[in-house]
Design a binder for this molecule. Structure first.
Ligand SMILES: Cc1cc2nc3c(=O)[nH]c(=O)nc-3n(C[C@H](O)[C@H](O)[C@H](O)COP(=O)(O)OP(=O)(O)OC[C@H]3O[C@@H](n4cnc5c(N)ncnc54)[C@H](O)[C@@H]3O)c2cc1C
Length: 347
């Protein structure tokens, strides 16, 4: 029975484990995830016992990849797939809104939020998911991988290891790995060259329903401190009737400057921008708020393929959007499916 380990339970790992479970049903898969949930940056939070539900990382998954569309609409239950069908408009440096080209055919989430993607993929497999388990060190022991978490517990031996954290976090794990091979430093170096955009997100709840023709607003020329605003009430099942929940994402520069600033002040500053752009003064004063900083939100490029292929020869499989070369959920899922199949072939 092949023993397979995974660091991180993001969409990339979930799709890989799904593909693996299909091809090698007797594989023993253990996924170690540092947080309390699955699906990583495609993140959903519940508030008031699920009265409110919002995707506060990735906003939606696009229908740009046929295999991923099949996965979302056929393999996973499409009854609860929801589509934000209203268009995305644009705003400029001055905050002036105009109709934009709505580039995406579908803007999908689930009634219970985007985290359903990884939840359902994992639920359909035999994999064991260990939440709140942060991997601290990777060790190569003969032909096997052994992992130690921050509580000092050890995991493995694994013949194959999926490496799913964003590139800088994967690079740090590789730098500290007890594995005497040039492959390790070449992969770490390649991962370190992948730059990320940082996003600071405010979630703004209002006890009235905003009446606008759009789902989202994007600042295409990246000249405004705010990069994105969207309305969670456009996704069925997320927001009670008569209320609104806005997700506002600051641009990279603003997010880096204010990353460690007082969250209440950050939220207030973003709510003011939202009110100015949408043109409704009531939006300055939300009834409730939430926030999240995403240090490694979106990779600007993909990692070099050669060091990844070399690592694969040693049973190490980087997986996710930074391997796919596109900062998108569907790209992480597609890369996961392919990586899972690669491991299945190797097994
Ligand atoms: C604010 C924001 C908005 C976005 N908007 C969109 C959008 O609208 N549409 C879209 O398609 N994409 C969007 N994206 C991008 C999308 O979320 C990502 O491309 C996708 O979720 C990446 O999945 P992944 O599996 O590669 O990595 P991740 O989701 O980052 O998964 C990695 C996992 O590894 C875990 N981990 C890290 N270190 C350790 C460790 N040491 N031990 C154990 N576990 C560890 C993490 O907790 C995480 O669960 C957005 C991202 C952000 C942050």
């Amino acid at each position: 029975m092949p023993e397979i380990g995974a660091i991180g339970a993001g969409a990339g790992t979930a799709a890989a484990v799904h593909a693996l479970d299909d091809a090698v049903p007797d594989a023993n898969v253990t996924v170690l995830e540092k947080s309390g949930g699955v699906c990583g940056r495609a993140a959903t939070r519940r508030r008031d016992d699920g009265r409110y539900l919002y995707d506060y990382g990735a906003n939606y998954v696009k229908s740009d990849d046929e295999r991923v569309v099949d996965l979302l609409t056929e393999t996973l239950d499409d009854e609860s797939l929801v589509d934000a069908s209203e268009p995305v408009y644009v705003f400029d440096e001055s905050g002036s809104v105009s109709e934009g080209r709505d580039a995406d055919d579908h803007k999908w989430s689930y009634r219970q939020g985007l985290t359903q993607i990884a939840k359902r993929l994992f639920d359909g497999t035999h994999a064991t998911i260990q939440r709140r388990t942060r991997v601290e060190t990777i060790e190569r022991d003969g032909d096997a991988w052994r992992l130690t978490d921050t509580d000092g517990d050890t995991w493995g031996p694994f013949e194959y290891l999926l490496l799913n954290p964003p590139a800088p976090q994967s690079a740090a794990l590789l730098r500290g790995a007890d594995w005497d091979a040039s492959v390790r430093s070449e992969l770490a170096e390649a991962a370190e060259t992948v730059d990320y955009r940082t996003i600071w997100t405010a979630v703004l709840g209002y006890e009235f329903r905003l009446d606008r023709p759009y789902y989202g607003l994007v600042n295409v020329d990246k000249s405004h401190e705010l990069g994105w605003i969207s309305r969670e009430e456009c996704k069925s099942g997320h927001v009670p009737a008569g209320e609104s929940v806005l997700v506002a994402q600051a641009n990279h520069e603003w997010s880096c400057d204010r990353y460690d600033a007082d969250p209440a002040r950050n939220v207030a500053a973003l709510a003011d921008h939202v009110a100015d752009i949408i043109g409704d003064d009531r939006l300055r004063d939300p009834d409730w708020t939430d926030h999240q900083g995403w240090r490694y939100a979106l990779p600007d490029s993909g990692v070099d393929t050669a060091p990844v292929a070399a690592a694969n020869e040693h049973g190490l499989y980087p997986v996710g959007d930074w391997v796919a070369g596109e900062a998108r959920l569907h790209a992480a899922l597609r890369n996961g499916l392919e990586t899972g199949e690669q491991i299945a072939d190797a097994v």
